[in-house]
Ligand binder design. Structure first.
Ligand code: FEO
Length: 171
């Protein structure tokens, strides 16, 4: 059974993952409003991935005898200066999420919860990819320059999301 302290921290993380989903959906809406449909598509997939992250924690809490709670969330930003500004903010946000995931791991170590540490390793690895992909797009935008945004937009349109089972229940 999961401890109350870790259950509370996981519930806070579910909220952080759902906030991430809302933030990326808001970024997707910004791109759509600018006619950048490839960027909008990439961010929509990112939204789906964040909901997957949230549901994986949600289902895990029940499998450990805990209870997931859905809480009130802050409104995400709606306006941005440029595609680069969006990805800089996405990278900064992912760096914050990495610190939250690391903090969860530290709590699990304090609580001697080995099962949670094994489960959380998936998120630790995922955060390496999350930061790398946001940084990768910043690098592409720098390479492409103003005039190359169209080509980056075309490339981002090809992103796909293949969900695996996030645990008990549905995404
Ligand atoms: Fe769920 Fe983007 O970290």
């Amino acid at each position: 059974m999961i401890s109350k302290k870790l259950e509370e921290a996981v519930n806070a993380q579910i909220q952080a993952e759902m906030y991430s989903a809302n933030l990326y959906l808001s970024m997707s809406a910004y791109f759509r409003s600018k006619g950048l449909d490839g960027f909008a598509h990439w961010m929509y997939i990112q939204y789906q991935e964040e909901m997957f992250h949230a549901m994986k924690f949600f289902n895990y809490l029940f499998s450990r005898g805990g209870r997931a709670e859905i809480r009130e969330m802050e409104k995400p930003a709606t306006d941005f200066d440029s595609p680069r500004d969006v990805y800089e903010k996405a990278l900064k946000h992912e760096q914050l999420v990495t610190s939250l995931i690391n903090n969860l791991h530290e709590i699990a170590i304090e609580e001697n919860d080995y099962a949670f540490q094994a489960f959380n390793q998936w998120y630790i690895d995922e955060q390496v990819e999350e930061e790398e992909s946001a940084q990768g797009i910043i690098d592409k935008l720098d390479l492409a320059g103003e005039g190359g945004i169209y080509w980056v937009d075309k490339e981002l349109a090809a992103r796909t999301f293949t969900p695996t089972n996030p645990g008990e229940g549905e995404v």
